[in-house]
Design a protein around this ligand. Sequence first.
Ligand SMILES: N[C@@H](CCC(=O)N[C@@H](CS)C(=O)NCC(=O)O)C(=O)O
Length: 253
Amino acid sequence: MKKIIQAAGMTLGLAVGAMAAETSAGKDNTTSSATKGAPQVTLYQSPTPGTRAERVNWLCEELNVPYTAVILSEDAMENNLAVKKINTMGTFPTVKVGDITIVESGAILQLIEMKLANGGTTPPIDSPDLAYHLQWLHYAEGAAMTRISTEYLLKAVQGQPEHTMQTQRHMAGTQRVLAYMEEHLGEHPYFGGENFTSADIMMHFPIKQAVFLNKADMAQYPNISAWREKVESRPAFARAGVQKEVIPPKMPR
Ligand SMILES: N[C@@H](CCC(=O)N[C@@H](CS)C(=O)NCC(=O)O)C(=O)O
């Protein structure tokens, strides 16, 4: 299912070509009949585990969608530069589906589900869960990550004289989004509603970040904690190598 190709030390342009040739030459014979003839998924990853790219690994493992995971250099900075040559935004995940390369994890998950998995985990159009699924799929990088990271950044600049109403609105943003998640999970087993969906995959990352960046006390959120245990015990979670906690990044010297 998954193939990690590392190209440390190779000329990057050549490395990409060599890898593309290698994978399209049919060495990867894991393509299931559901996706035969479908565009290949190439996932550009960071050598540092735990980026949002893990959402793509996780979804593909859940849905049995074949993909090739590529790390262009073991050196994180070099790898960033190499990925920027593939897509100028160069964030993780960057994914190539067929001939098109895109960024933004939520959009990538939706694209894979729609194009390669007959909708995948998306609830049917007439299901009341569709609204929950869509809300949380977008909430993860929308309300949740913006508030969690803004609060962290505001704490980092605390003490500076400029403290406007706008900045104040973002203080306690982490608590606010976690309380909203807690409420939902008190009424539904999953962010996707009755069933696990890609919205659950999207929501795992901001919850980890809330704990790591703003030291959120998860004892206050028993529903989120129970949900975490449940989704982290899924076989696809382990197969995808999703990190349970944030690994503190190594800062370049
Ligand atoms: N909203 C984007 C965020 C992507 C993002 O910022 N990813 C981080 C890794 S978790 C990254 O690439 N950081 C390095 C950078 O911004 O250059 C998504 O969900 O894909």
